[in-house]
Design a protein around this ligand. Structure first.
Ligand code: ATP
Ligand SMILES: Nc1ccn([C@@H]2O[C@H](COP(=O)(O)O)[C@@H](O)[C@H]2O)c(=O)n1
Length: 248
């Protein structure tokens, strides 16, 4: 379990301490976690799902009964928590709060942070620029300390803020209807219409603080609306290999 919380931010050049960075952004349900994870496995790289940290923070604020909209409460929590996420193998996310007693002192929140209630709350936590700065510093430190040959980092502002110098930067997207259809398949009992409304609402709130719809200069758009899962993974792997060939 990698477990890092620091405010020191190493710079993200082509490689951080020898680790090749692949930056991937995209809207909700665009396949960032699943496609990135499969591509990372194929490349022998790690995967850092940055959304999991925002979700864990929302989960912890709610667990403590704090005001979800409070920047001060989020910062206090960031000062006192221990956050962990695996960068290889099955994803496991843990949070240790000063007053929490769980297995080994930490609570496994891997499943809890995926609940609909957390998805509905998380934009209210990620809207604070100072909170974003703190988490971004943590993400950079996790990559720098990973010791891995490469890490795929996925989120909303990775190509523009967290790792703007990464040698591979992709914006993974698909039409809202296709994203909703795919996500509804993961959620038995929910309709594509209901999921579409939720995705749109979250994207709208998230887009107030970061633009993940338009590729920034140098960022390659990968639209998977007409690609199946395997084709989408291959598109990411090809983009990484092309960048590596180009760099030789
Ligand atoms: N090209 C594709 N073809 C078919 N299914 C896909 C494709 N890309 C992604 N999916 C499926 O779409 C669903 C949503 O993908 P995923 O959870 O990876 O998206 P996400 O961008 O990480 O979402 P969120 O932002 O909500 O965390 C998953 O079931 C995934 O397997
Ligand atoms: N780089 C990021 C990543 C995520 N967020 C916020 O977290 C939420 C959950 O992210 P998922 O990738 O798991 O969907 C997302 O809705 C954003 O509010 C972010 O701001 N920046």
């Amino acid at each position: 379990m990698e477990n890092a919380v620091t405010n020191e931010a190493p710079s993200t050049g082509d490689a951080v301490d020898g680790t090749v960075l692949v930056a991937i952004d995209g809207p909700a349900g665009s396949g960032k976690s699943s496609v990135s994870r499969a591509a990372a496995d194929r490349l022998g790289f790690g995967i850092l799902d940055t959304g999991a940290a925002y979700r864990a923070l929302a989960w912890a604020l709610r667990e403590r009964g704090d005001d979800i909209d409070s920047e001060a409460a989020a910062l206090t929590l960031l000062d006192g928590w221990h956050y962990g996420i695996t960068l290889r193998g099955e994803q496991r996310v843990t949070v240790e709060l000063p007053e929490t007693v769980g297995i080994g002192g930490a609570t496994d929140v891997t499943a809890a942070i995926r609940a609909n209630e957390i998805s509905a709350l998380v934009s209210r936590v990620s809207k604070h620029p100072v909170v974003r700065d703190r988490l971004n510093a943590m993400f950079r430190a996790m990559v720098a300390e990973s010791g891995l040959p490469g890490v795929v980092i996925e989120g909303r502002d990775i190509t523009t803020v967290v790792a703007p110098d990464a040698p591979v930067r992709l914006l993974l997207t698909a039409s809202p209807e296709v994203r909703a259809q795919r996500r509804a398949g993961d959620l038995p009992g929910s309709s594509a219409e209901q999921v579409l409304a939720e995705l749109r609402a979250r994207d709208e709130k998230d887009a107030e603080v970061v633009d993940f719809f338009t590729p920034a200069p140098g960022v390659v758009l990968v639209d998977t609306s007409d690609l199946d899962f395997e084709q989408s993974v291959q598109a990411v792997v090809d983009a990484v290999r092309e960048a590596q060939e180009g760099a030789r």
